[in-house]
Design a protein around this ligand. Structure first.
Ligand code: NAP
Length: 281
């Protein structure tokens, strides 16, 4: 596993290359806000963008992609675009229709990765069948899930033809997800961290500040480097170009084993988002 620049990729279990690092756009307004942040990311070397139907900004993400391709000379295949089917659309036909709707908003002919956003009981298996169909028909490059615990993965894999290639979950130093990481590695499911910066709640943490100072790096850079060294794809969100640049400046240093162990020890199983075993939406 060589992760030495912003465009380094992990190989998913079907051979598709997914960038280790990407930009998240949760809570980024559709229109000029999302257009300018996605374009700033691509201009500065990002190749992976993570959106979702429920974010309401797929139209702007699509506009940014088309403008960025025109301005940079990159090709569509150089980018890795992820979206997610929302809970209300889980079902066989409805998930396929949701995929078409996302493609149309994004102005794309295919997605690189399509995820089931939340493991809604009694609904995610039919949705998984739909994703398998989309994948087998060659309409999406890779398929996966989000917010799945080990038992959800085991449940879906029991009946699945295709093992989910990615699982995107809340993951940061206070929620290190070690068991899920071990399970994922065993089954070649790529783990991906959402809210890697705990939505901004970790910047005053004394241990993280201490480690950051020892490398002349920021706390954000230390956390994102910790993700990569654990073999976890990470997608921090920022709408500010300088932060977009700084967050990705993590390929010129390494955390020591002792640093890694100190960060691992911060785990409190503490979430900023909903609990996948107890949500009502
Ligand atoms: N699958 C799911 O259920 C799910 C759920 C949540 C999120 N996600 C995905 O994961 C992505 C990342 O998670 P997130 O957006 O929740 O949170 P995050 O990336 O952990 O944190 C984003 C927050 O940190 C700030 N920030 C970013 N870089 C910074 C820096 N270097 N210094 C100081 N502040 C900084 C941002 O503010 P500014 O924008 O003002 O810079 C924003 O307020 C999302 O955008 C989304 O794509 C998925």
């Amino acid at each position: 596993m060589t992760i030495n620049h912003l465009q380094s990729t992990t190989t998913l279990l079907n051979g598709v290359q997914m960038p280790w690092f990407g930009l998240g756009v949760f809570k980024v307004e559709d229109g000029s806000e999302v257009v300018s942040s996605v374009k700033a990311a691509i201009r500065n070397g990002y190749r992976s963008i993570d959106t979702a139907a429920i974010y309401g900004n797929e139209t702007g993400v699509g506009q940014a992609i088309s403008e960025a391709l025109a301005e940079t000379g990159l090709a569509r295949e150089d980018l890795f675009i992820t979206s997610k089917v929302w809970n209300a659309d889980l079902g066989y036909e409805s998930t396929i229709a949701a995929y078409e709707a996302s493609l149309s908003k994004l102005g794309l002919e295919y997605l690189d990765l399509y995820l089931i956003h939340w493991p809604v009981k009694g609904k995610y298996k039919e949705a998984w069948r739909a994703l398998e169909t989309l994948y087998k028909e060659g309409r999406v490059k890779a398929i996966g899930v989000s917010n799945f615990q080990i038992h959800h993965l085991e449940d879906v894999m029991k009946d699945a033809e295709i093992v989910p290639m990615v699982n995107q979950v809340e993951l940061h130093p206070l929620l290190s997800q070690q068991d899920l990481l071990s399970f994922s590695k065993k089954h070649n499911i790529q783990l991906e961290a959402w809210s890697p910066l705990m939505q901004g709640q970790l910047f005053d943490h004394p241990v993280l500040n201490d480690i950051a100072a020892s490398h002349s790096k920021s706390v954000a850079q230390v956390i994102l480097r910790w993700d990569l060294q654990r073999g976890i794809v990470t997608i921090p969100k920022s709408i500010k170009e300088q932060r977009i640049i700084d967050n990705a400046n993590v390929f010129d240093f390494s955390l020591t084993d002792a640093d890694m162990a100190r960060i691992d020890a911060l785990n409190e199983n503490r979430r900023v988002g909903p609990d996948p075993d107890n949500f009502d939406f």
